[in-house]
Design a protein around this ligand. Structure first.
Ligand SMILES: Nc1ncnc2c1ncn2[C@@H]1O[C@H](COP(=O)(O)OP(=O)(O)OP(=O)(O)O)[C@@H](O)[C@H]1O
Ligand SMILES: [Mg+2]
Length: 339
């Protein structure tokens, strides 16, 4: 028996042996960890409880041909999906568990992602098709209406372009996820470079952009293009969801010692005086396509990928992203980047 435990412990997966008396006789440490240590000595029917699994084990006891069945376990309150492999060993039966949870989650994420992308593309496409129909029909001889519809079509095409651009940025970032940026850059330059783009939007939405940069260089290790994207996405949100006529603040500060990044670095702060975000949304904002109010966000041209991109870039820089906000009180976003 001692030897069997040693053999099972040598396996990289959870495994146990059901002896001829149909009770769990031996289990390795991974099996006890996954299923609980109290299963030893129990009859396999009370140990596994799932009809398909019990039937399969009985079958293997009867004819010795190996079987594989899906098995759901819920130790420590975490649902886990396994493939249970059941094989005959002498007169006994060995069960081993292969964790399928990650593969299943990845599959689900991919399906959700495709559904979201299709949905986001279908909305502007439907609108475009409708406008084309109107231009061919009711508005055929109405130059003023034609002008208006072409303007709307331009905006819809712009939405699709933005969605495709953001998707390409995400896929590029995921492609080199493990390559850490190496260049030494000045975070003030990054903010300055983003300002040209942002000043235009700020003027349009009648919001004052306050930019506070220190007098000397704030050096960090990073990718200038990616960090410019971070600044643009965050300030664009502040301008879009900050109330008209308000103020958006951008600040860069050196950080001499910060525990989460273990040392020196820089802090980028972007604050607005908008309607804020209710606490229960904050943790989910960086999920792809997550929007607090999809209607409102779509109306200002948002597809819900901006913060997902920010989070990705900050992670690649081994930085930290913090969002603090209260409904009605504005939002402050802080990015800490290591030097
Ligand atoms: N400064 C802010 N104030 C209030 N709500 C915000 C702010 N920033 C983001 N949000 C909320 O978080 C959601 C997600 O933001 P995100 O930037 O990821 O997407 P988006 O702005 O809708 O679209 P995209 O940035 O892809 O064009 C927004 O839809 C909005 O509801
Ligand atoms: Mg955004």
């Amino acid at each position: 028996m001692e030897k069997s435990i040693a053999f099972l412990n040598g396996l990289p997966i959870a495994a146990a042996v059901i002896s001829t008396d149909q009770r769990l006789a031996v289990a390795n440490a991974l099996f006890s960890k996954a299923m609980g240590a109290d299963l030893l000595g129990r009859h396999f029917i009370t140990a596994f409880r799932q009809p398909d699994v019990i039937e399969a084990i009985e079958q293997v006891f009867a004819d010795g041909a190996p079987l594989m069945v899906p098995f759901q376990a819920g130790a420590h309150g975490i649902a886990t999906s396994y493939d249970m492999h059941i094989t005959a060993v002498d007169q006994m039966v060995m069960v081993s568990l292969i964790d399928r949870t990650d593969a299943e989650n990845t599959g689900r994420l991919r399906t959700d992602f495709i559904a979201n992308v299709s949905h986001e593309l279908r909305t502007p496409l439907t609108a475009l098709a409708g406008f084309i129909e109107t231009l061919r029909g009711a508005a055929r001889n109405d130059p003023a209406a034609q002008d208006r519809f072409l303007g709307l079509m331009d905006a819809e095409a712009g939405r699709m372009t933005q969605l495709v651009n953001e998707l390409m940025t995400l896929s590029k970032l995921e492609g080199n996820g493990y390559q850490q940026p190496r260049a030494v850059i000045d975070l003030r330059d990054v903010v300055q470079a983003a300002r040209n783009t942002l000043d235009l939007i700020a003027v349009k939405s009648d919001i004052a952009l306050d930019c506070t940069l220190p007098g000397s260089a704030v050096q960090i290790i990073g990718d200038e293009g990616e960090l410019r994207q971070v600044v643009i996405n965050l300030v664009e949100n502040a301008l879009k969801y900050g109330c008209d006529g308000g103020r958006v603040m951008i600040a860069v500060d050196p950080v001499t010692h910060h525990t989460p990044i273990r040392g020196q670095g820089a802090k980028l702060t972007i604050a607005d005086q908008g309607h804020g975000i209710a606490p229960h949304h904050i943790a989910r904002l960086t999920e792809r396509f997550y929007r607090v109010d999809a209607h409102r966000s779509r109306a200002v041209g948002g597809v819900g990928l901006g913060l997902a991109i920010v989070k990705h870039i900050v992670n690649r820089h081994r930085g930290r992203l913090k969002i603090t906000s209260q409904s009605g009180q504005g939002t402050t976003i802080t990015v800490i980047l290591p030097a």
